[in-house]
Design a protein around this ligand. Structure first.
Ligand SMILES: Cc1cc2nc3c(=O)[nH]c(=O)nc-3n(C[C@H](O)[C@H](O)[C@H](O)COP(=O)(O)O)c2cc1C
Length: 414
């Protein structure tokens, strides 16, 4: 019986353990987690979501405070279009976050950054260009284009000196999305170095509608694989979403996948950014406590624990400090929903907003407990302690369990 370690992900001459830890914003996939994946010979992701917040946390900078100071006058204003990102500061925060992570890298693996298009930041093209170009400047090994179609993203950096040497990949959830991306990027004369195929059981935002349960990862991977073969396109495919054991991974690797991308199992790793209190919520979750809902202002369905404090919370939008989801017109679906509730309840000290959530603030505070479908199986991956909590695992333990396990077994910590 084969195990993941019998396979290798190949980028030219470079060979890697075919395990990719997926990006988990806002700093859930920390630099420490990504560094462990790289040390062990796989690929780890950091995320550039809310990079100013992440930089402030890691390096004691004051990016968020300074932005809030600049736009404080607008806090009570329902119109957020005046709130802009300073591109120089955005670059500086990205340079710190990515650059310091790359400086700390040891071992034969790689570190990529997850860049979500849906972080439109009140100036989608300009801010995305800065994020992508600065990550390349800062020496990142690769960029995974996520949460969005990214039809113009390659063109934004085609003049960058590292455009052809860094690994650039994209996450898709259908053959159609991949075809569209390839068609729109054809002019840059550059194929992606890898394609992550994310199925409906993943954590975070889903590339499906609320009919997500009708789709199946293996079927989508097989369809994309067959099309690539027919087109004679040799692009490594990396399935993601619901790959919970080494044996799950092997079955994809035996069917043409070049690697697997996993995340949920690492949400209970010591190196993961979630506070331990939240990690215990993940451990203890039962299947009926995991929902896919539409409260994300991005418009994509998102999977989370039903006990997430973000659900129903009616806090005042915090765009003057954050503002990562403001679209090109300075608008966000949460701001609209909040303003509607305030208008409907004049004089109320607090409102509840059920249909949308202030994702920036709640992700920043680890109050939106997004998770993969199989979160309810995390309790089978650790030991229950006498106080009823579960033992937090090391990233190395989880990584090696994926790498070496057989027969659908999951190794418990020593
Ligand atoms: C807590 C959490 C946060 C996530 N955040 C992001 C994100 O910010 N961007 C992204 O592209 N994918 C995100 N994902 C998806 C993962 O990167 C990954 O593709 C997927 O969850 C793999 O499936 P698995 O969790 O079943 O292993 C997130 C997943 C989890 C569990």
């Amino acid at each position: 019986m084969k195990r993941v370690d019998d396979f290798r992900l190949r980028f030219g001459k470079q060979e890697l353990v075919p395990i990719v830890i997926g990006g988990m914003g806002v700093d859930i996939s920390t630099a420490d987690l990504a560094l462990e994946a790289a040390r062990l010979g796989g690929i780890g992701h950091i995320s550039d979501a809310m990079v100013k917040t992440v930089a402030d946390r890691r390096f004691n900078t004051k990016f968020v405070k300074e932005k809030l100071k600049l736009y404080k006058y607008n806090v009570e204003n329902p119109d957020k279009s005046a709130v802009q990102f300073d591109l120089g500061q955005l670059a500086e925060a990205t340079r710190l976050h990515v650059g310091k992570t790359m400086e700390a890298k040891r071992g034969p693996g790689m570190i990529f950054v997850n860049c979500m298009e849906k972080l439109t930041m009140n100036a989608p093209r300009e801010t995305l260009r800065v994020r992508l170009a600065t990550a390349l400047d800062a020496g990142v090994d690769g960029i995974t284009l996520a949460a969005g179609l990214h039809l113009g993203s390659f063109a934004l950096i085609e003049d960058h000196p590292r455009f052809r040497d860094a690994k650039l990949g994209i996450i898709v959830s259908s053959l159609r999305a991949l075809q569209l991306f390839l068609r729109k990027s054809a002019r840059t004369n550059r194929l992606p170095d890898y394609v992550v195929v994310e199925g409906p059981l993943a954590g975070g935002h889903l590339g499906f509608g609320m009919d997500w349960a009708q789709y199946d990862l293996a079927t989508i991977v097989a369809e994309i694989h067959a099309w690539l073969v027919a087109e004679k396109l040799d692009i490594p495919l990396i399935p993601a979403g619901g790959i919970f054991t080494g044996s799950d991974a092997v079955s994809f690797l035996e069917n043409g996948a070049a690697a697997v991308q996993v995340a949920t199992r690492f949400t209970v790793a010591r190196e993961c950014g979630l506070p331990e209190k939240v990690q215990q919520e993940y451990f203890k979750a039962s299947e009926d406590k995991i929902v896919v809902n539409q409260i994300s202002p991005t418009g994509y369905p998102m999977r989370m624990l039903t006990s997430s404090p973000a659900i129903g919370s009616g806090i005042r939008p915090n765009c003057e400090a954050y503002g990562y989801l403001l679209d090109a017109n300075g608008s966000c679906a949460y701001v609209q929903a909040y303003n509607r509730e305030v208008a409907a309840h004049p004089g109320a000290r607090r409102v509840s907003v059920m249909d949308k959530t202030c994702l920036c603030t709640h992700m920043r505070n680890f109050d939106c407990w997004t998770c993969g479908h199989y979160t309810y199986r995390l309790k089978d991956t650790s030991r229950k302690l006498e106080d009823g909590n579960y033992e937090i695992l090391s990233a190395e333990h989880i990584f090696k369990d994926y790498q070496f396990s057989t027969d659908n077994k999951i190794a418990l910590p020593d």
